[in-house]
Design a binder for this molecule. Structure first.
Ligand code: SF4
Length: 485
């Protein structure tokens, strides 16, 4: 290996909390008192949509969805097309990781993938026919499953069939999730040639004991080689996904993982909490429950990650992302243009997202939709010529207002009074304990979340959620792993 990993970042320079909020670069990460951590330790959604998927109320049939897609047709007067984001779900994996919460299908049969790609092509054609024109794509993301499970020939075929149906420009932001265990130089070269310039590696933890316990062994040297190869093959954006709360993750072990990740010098790091839901994901029963960090230990691990990454010069983005200061995500956070959608934090400006493939999620002008998550059902729908609609939600004006407030809070760690849904005095009364606990400061025009409060952003968001008492929060937690290959 000849290429260098990224040079170390500068140490953070800012010391004032207000200024830190503007720059998203706190100088010091405070300790989180145990009592506070335990008091606010409740499970709940991560608000990649509002309302969260388990609270969707339905009312979206395949026919109604086709009509809504028509709203993406080019402007009748100017012919101008709204740029869209496209998510392609590729669900296949070579083996099952024990922590997995994704919609994944384990197979070694190439023909299963071939059949899936053929149906994906049909689904794309159905979407284009419903829109009535070839959509322009401003951002495209392939997630899974393990997208780099595909062979180079299959990558080529998928890009060719996408080209038939959508317009992917030279400046379209193309990103892909990848399993470092499957990465080869030829594969990275093929992806770069096809226009991908951002890659997200599922790392989770670098410690061998933790890796053994989660059924995913990938030595640190293998991950390092995958990072170096991606840089050498021209990927300008390199993301690493980590998970805290895994079995046998201790502060010492996690510290070594964090050092290893900092040494890799990724542009972005996501650090998600592990959701242990064996009643929903049977394979998680093989995880040793007694080896899992509990409640406050989980929060302490996350705080450890925040402190290490901020100390290394990364900008803490929203809930659980970190980016180099010169990364577009950090720039968007600094200038107030950061957004949150089904794929997490993003800089993209397109307001509509089309998802294709089993379990994928779409959003078009206030309508949310999820494709069926069952591979057989998805196949039958496509074979029958129907859009594979599973569930949906049509946002009311109240949903739209709350969605904007929650997104602003999770992206900017602040809530302008003008965005408060409902009564400001009522919210202030409800947030009184947060103010007393030092999580929030009431300013002239907004509530500002302190650095300590950043650890409890979701608790603040819960209070803006009109569906909060609805069942199904655990399902929402599982969705967090949609990018964790
Ligand atoms: S965690 Fe990722 S690689 Fe592992 S089984 Fe799930 S989708 Fe596949």
């Amino acid at each position: 290996m000849t290429a260098q990993l990224h040079a170390p970042l500068h140490a953070p320079l800012f010391c004032d909390d207000r200024r830190a909020q503007a720059t998203h670069r706190p100088a010091r990460i405070p300790d989180v008192p145990r009592a506070l951590g335990e008091r606010y330790d409740v499970s709940g959604p991560r608000y990649t949509s509002y309302p969260p998927v388990p609270d969707w109320t339905g009312g979206v049939t395949a026919d109604r969805w086709a009509t809504q897609l028509r709203s993406l047709a080019p402007d009748a007067a100017t012919g101008e097309r709204t740029p869209l984001a496209l998510y392609v779900h590729l669900p296949f994996c070579v083996s099952r990781c024990l922590y997995c919460g994704c919609n994944a299908t384990v197979t070694t049969r190439e023909e299963v993938v071939e059949q899936y790609l053929r149906r994906l092509r049909r689904e794309l054609h159905m979407l284009r026919d419903a829109i009535g024109a070839r959509p322009r794509i401003s951002a495209m993301h392939w997630g899974g499953g393990t997208p780099n499970f595909l062979t180079d020939r299959q990558f080529d075929a998928l890009v060719a069939q996408l080209d038939e149906v959508v317009q992917i420009d030279r400046d379209t932001e193309c990103s892909i999730e990848a399993d470092p265990r499957l990465v080869t130089r030829a594969q990275l070269r093929a992806l770069a040639r096809l226009g991908f310039h951002r890659i997200s590696y599922g790392v989770q933890d670098l410690d061998p004991v933790v890796q053994e316990a989660i059924g995913r062994v990938q030595p640190e040297s293998l991950v390092r080689d995958a990072v170096i190869m991606a840089r050498e093959e021209g990927f300008s954006g390199l993301n690493v996904d980590l998970i805290y709360g895994l079995p046998h993750q201790t502060p010492d072990r996690f510290a070594r993982t964090l050092e290893g990740v900092v040494a890799l010098g990724p542009d972005r790091i996501a650090c998600f909490g592990y959701a242990h839901v064996p009643w929903m994901r049977a394979h998680q029963r093989r995880i040793e429950t007694m080896a899992l960090p509990v409640s406050f230990e989980r929060l302490a691990l996350f705080r450890q990650a925040v402190a290490r990454f901020v100390d290394a010069g990364y900008v803490w983005i929203g809930l659980d992302h970190f980016a180099r200061p010169d990364d577009p995500l950090a720039e968007a956070a600094a200038n107030g243009t950061l957004r949150r959608d089904f794929m997490g934090y993003t800089t993209r400006v397109s307001s509509s997202l089309l998802g294709v493939g089993v379990s994928s999620i779409s959003e078009v002008h206030g309508w949310h939709l999820q494709n069926t998550a069952h591979l057989g059902e998805w196949q039958r729908a496509i074979d029958g010529g129907a859009l594979p609609v599973h569930r949906g939600h049509i946002c009311s004006p109240d949903d739209t207002q709350r969605s904007a407030a929650i997104a602003h809070l999770l992206c900017n760690a602040a809530l302008p009074y003008a965005l408060i849904p409902g009564d400001r005095a009522q919210l202030r009364a409800r947030w009184h304990p947060f103010i007393d606990d030092g999580l929030v400061v009431a300013e002239a025009d907004q509530f500002r979340v302190t650095t300590l409060g950043r650890f409890f952003l979701r608790n603040l968001a819960f209070t803006l959620d009109a569906y909060r008492d609805a069942p199904g929060d655990a399902d929402g937690a599982v969705l967090r792993f949609s990018r964790a290959v």
